[in-house]
Write a protein that binds this ligand. Structure first.
Ligand code: PEP
Length: 248
């Protein structure tokens, strides 16, 4: 059986003062839980996350990474820099980066490769827009996004990482995919990997998109949903911990 993983994505939110209480509360609340828990914070708060979470059961990570190892790339942060701050995870290909910062499938694949090379665990986000769902091309879109990474890194590498299915229309909208809709895409993702590697059954596939304490249990009860990538609700310790509890 695959372990459940719940990862928070704070996005561009927080302050040193606000984070302190939130991180400490998650650390304390997580001590009794069996699910794997991680928090992906903005780059400037990685040192704070490490200071508060080190020695606990909660891992920390970043929300993006450069595809380059080092050099004249102003404003970029490399995978080895993230490792320097004790990161275990890094999100790649979040739909906000794909839509607003030009992260193409090729760039996302290169970021995934850079993360792996540095020993980080990438959380690869895939998902369709509302227009794509309504045009019945969800499977094609998700497969295309996966295939770009498989082509560069191999199916076994993807199966050894984490994939997050995040329908764009469900992110931050309060509109969640039904458990059946999510399960259908999760099964498709596992089947796509299964065509090329025997490791597909080990792949942790998270669901993301308006997960809340009230809907987490039913989503996480689906056979191919191995936890969640949590945006808004990860900013409230009580809600985030309730979601982690639902992943037991
Ligand atoms: C996300 O941004 O990864 C996300 C899932 O956000 P929310 O939970 O707020 O929909």
């Amino acid at each position: 059986m695959r372990p459940k993983l719940v990862a928070g994505n704070w996005k561009m939110q927080g302050s040193l003062a606000e984070n302190q209480g939130l991180l400490a509360a998650v650390r304390a609340g997580a001590a009794d839980l069996t699910a794997q828990i991680a928090i992906c914070v903005p780059f400037p708060y990685l040192a704070q996350a490490r200071a508060v979470l080190e020695g606990s059961t909660v891992a920390w990570g970043a929300q993006d990474v450069s595809e380059h190892e080092q050099g004249a790339y102003t404003g970029e942060v490399s995978a080895t820099m993230l490792k320097d701050f004790g990161c275990r995870f890094v999100i790649v290909g979040h739909s906000e980066r794909r839509a607003m910062y030009g992260d193409s499938d090729i760039v996302v694949a290169a970021k995934f490769a850079a993360a792996l090379k540095a020993g980080l665990m990438p959380i690869l986000c895939v998902g369709e827009s509302l227009a794509e769902r309504e045009a019945n091309v969800t499977g094609d879109v998700v497969t295309r996004q996966l295939d770009a990474v498989i082509a560069l890194c191999g199916a076994a590498s993807v199966a050894g990482a984490v994939v997050a299915y995040e329908p764009v229309w469900a992110i931050g909208t309060g509109r969640t995919a039904t458990p059946a809709q999510a399960q259908e895409v999760h099964a498709l993702i596992r089947a796509r990997l299964g065509a090329d590697t025997t490791r597909a059954q080990q792949l942790q596939i998270l669901y993301g998109g308006s997960v809340k304490p009230g809907n987490a249990g039913e989503l996480f009860g689906q056979s191919d949903i191995d936890g969640g990538l949590i945006g808004g609700a990860s900013l409230v310790a009580q809600d985030f911990l309730a979601i982690c509890t639902a992943a037991q």
